[in-house]
Design a protein around this ligand. Structure first.
Ligand SMILES: N[C@@H](CCC(=O)N[C@@H](CS)C(=O)NCC(=O)O)C(=O)O
Length: 208
């Protein structure tokens, strides 16, 4: 039977897109069922999205979901086989999830979403406070990419699946766009990712 994933999440969510990209990479058909994180119909025990139904399983946590899809339906192609390369990919997935996503989301992405889509005044103070840390984080990623290509040295992998949506969310804010434009290596890596069919197929509607 052909696998199919039902992804309960919002259409403009970083981690919903991570799962969509993993499905595209594995050639699995997928449907995103609009579900807000804080809605009563969300089944995530910690009020996050996405929740995913696949192969009779109900999965949460994007690392577990993306690895499952890749292992069960893509021969593990997104997870480098060599131990060192796997560690590098895993390290960047963790950096994306533990440091970059919360920093970008709280400091820039949410203030702009609240302003653009919910009509709240732009929280300029919060944005200003976040900029030094975000700039340092971008500098760290840029330096890693300029040295030995970091996670890109082994071809498209799970690190790209997580890092791209996190960086793209940031890039869709004016300050994030400016910050990334100053980073040649990050900009080139993002442009390369955009040629990947799985990334192109999962573009957010709001992307310019
Ligand atoms: N650890 C979770 C994180 C998921 C997550 O933070 N999702 C965001 C949307 S991209 C969310 O649910 N935000 C709503 C909130 O925190 O209230 C995972 O990897 O799936």
């Amino acid at each position: 039977m052909t696998a199919q994933a039902r992804i309960f999440g919002t259409v403009i969510s970083t981690y919903t897109r991570v799962v969509e990209i993993a499905c595209e990479e594995a050639g699995i058909s997928h449907e995103t069922v609009p579900t807000a994180a804080r809605s009563p119909e969300n089944r995530h025990p910690f009020g996050k999205i996405p929740v995913v139904e696949i192969d009779g399983l109900e999965l949460i946590e994007s690392v577990a979901i993306a690895n499952y899809i890749d292992n069960a339906h893509n021969g593990g192609a997104l997870q480098p086989v060599a131990a060192a390369a796997r560690a590098i990919s895993d390290k960047w997935v963790a950096i994306a999830n533990n440091y970059l996503f919360p920093m970008f989301e709280n400091g820039l992405v949410m203030p702009w979403i609240m302003h653009r889509y919910a009509g709240f005044p732009l929280d300029r103070e919060r944005i200003e406070r976040s900029l030094p840390d975000i700039s340092r984080a971008l500098g760290f990623v840029e330096a890693a990419l300029s040295e030995k290509g970091a996670w890109t040295a082994n071809g498209f992998c799970m690190a790209d699946v997580f890092l791209y949506p996190v960086m793209r969310g940031l890039q869709m804010t004016p300050q994030g766009e400016m910050g990334i434009a100053q980073c040649d290596h990050i900009s080139r890596w993002m442009a390369d990712c955009e040629l990947r069919p799985s990334i192109a197929a999962t573009r957010w509607e709001s992307e310019p």
